[in-house]
Ligand binder design. Structure first.
Ligand code: ASP
Length: 414
């Protein structure tokens, strides 16, 4: 589809969001504490976004699957999507591993400074078990996306097999989807204030600028390793894939998708950002909404390049801090478990820290090591979430080239 008729991101609005983020950072840093009214504004914004996740994910997946027209196509599209996501995630892990082995951020760090913490056992089997909901309403009430996706795919797939009677159901879900999109647009209009409040609150909670610098100094090289890795993946690797395979201009695409990327940074949650990612990708970037509707909810839960990269860096950092030498097979175990841990992490703030335990456990590393990461994890979480969402968006644009729909006319973006 051509860009001529499409509303692009409004540069003034994007600038307002950016100013909101910066101002929030300054206010939080200077005050060094939370202001209840600002916290309330941030909470309202975040809750507004979260409120839309379930209606949006459910309806978009059902409509997307129903529009494929044939259940067999679902298998193909699902397969290609998962294969693509796995590939980029493993690439991210490898970048993280190379950097952490080059920079050695854990050497010289005193492992004793980690805060001891009770770590719950978490295994990949739990992730798989969680995919099939025993009670779909409970899964919805808990805001769990993966079981929602499973149910919606199943429901949408079977819907294509009941003939004429499916039509009113599809129309109903199309309506729910369109209304949810409209609601998303209205909530996004308040984003400059929302991101200001979220950033100010988080930095204030961290104790302001001085505390932050002290924490950063202790494990600054670790933070630098994670951020450099994320930059390489987000600024070089993903745009190259977008350009070569997706045949799109990366500059134009980031311009179109900058709002969800900023929001991901401000909310530290791929799931909370999801409604905006979905809205923007079809409205501003012109990706076929049927592809976005299928690929993005999946991506928000299972495609986390930034999280995977961070898991790998963090695991090796902990090993270095404890003075443990990692053999090549152990590093391979880290590649595998970091990928699985990223798939298993929910799209919520600091979920990666929880699945980190699984990586450490499997690689035979000291699980208490997560204590070393705690102080600035909230900060790194923002960068990795931004890369997670950017990776999902690039994925949708690339995968658009590999799927065809029964009525392969012009892309539907309404
Ligand atoms: N906050 C991340 C996300 O929502 C997950 C994580 O790495 O903790 O994508």
């Amino acid at each position: 589809m051509t860009g001529a008729t499409r509303p692009r991101s409004n540069p003034i609005f994007v600038l307002m969001i950016f100013i909101g983020m910066i101002l929030g950072g300054v206010v939080g840093a200077v005050l060094g504490r939370e202001i209840p009214f600002i916290t309330l504004l941030g909470d309202l914004f975040l809750q507004g976004l979260k409120m839309l996740i379930i209606p949006l994910v459910g309806s978009s997946m059902i409509v997307a699957v129903a529009s494929l027209g044939d259940v067999r196509k679902l298998g193909r599209m699902g397969g290609v999507t998962i294969l693509y996501y796995l590939t980029t995630t493993i690439m991210a892990v490898i970048i993280g591993l190379v950097l952490v082995n080059l920079i050695n951020p854990g050497n010289g760090v005193d492992a004793g400074q980690g805060i001891a913490r009770d770590v719950a056992a978490y295994s990949f089997l739990d992730v798989i078990r969680g995919i099939v909901p025993a009670n779909i309403f409970k899964a919805m009430a808990d805001g769990k996306i993966l079981p929602m996706i499973f149910f919606s795919l199943f429901f949408g797939g079977c819907l294509t097999t009941i003939g004429k009677r499916a039509q009113p159901v599809v129309t109903l879900f199309e309506g729910i989807f369109d209304v949810s999109m409209k609601m998303t647009r209205i909530i996004v209009a308040t984003a400059p204030i929302g991101v200001f409040a979220l950033v100010a609150t988080r930095l204030g909670k961290a104790g302001g600028w001085e505390m932050f610098i002290v924490e950063l100094e202790a494990i600054g090289r670790y933070a630098l390793t994670v951020i450099s890795g994320l930059a390489i993946h987000g600024v070089i690797v993903l745009p190259t894939i977008l350009f070569v395979i997706g045949r799109r201009s990366p500059l134009q695409f980031i311009r179109d998708m900058i709002e969800p990327v900023f929001l991901a940074f401000s909310t530290a949650s791929s799931s909370a950002t999801l409604p905006v990612t979905m809205e923007t990708i079809s409205k501003k970037a012109g990706v076929d909404s049927r592809v976005g509707n299928f690929v993005l909810p999946l991506g928000a839960t299972i495609n986390m390049d930034g999280t995977a990269l961070y898991e790998a860096v963090a695991a090796v950092f902990i090993a270095q801090a404890y003075g443990l030498d990692l053999s090549f097979p152990t590093q391979l175990v880290i590649v595998l478990t970091a990928t699985l841990a990223a798939i298993g992490a929910a799209g919520i703030p600091q979920a990666g820290l929880v699945t980190m335990v699984m990586v450490l456990h499997t690689a035979g590393l000291p699980v208490e090591g997560v204590g070393l990461l705690l102080a600035i994890d909230w900060f790194l979480d923002r960068f990795r979430t931004a890369v997670n969402v950017w990776g999902d968006a690039v994925g949708a644009a690339v995968l658009e080239r590999f799927v065809s729909f029964p009525d392969s006319g012009p892309a539907r973006t309404d």
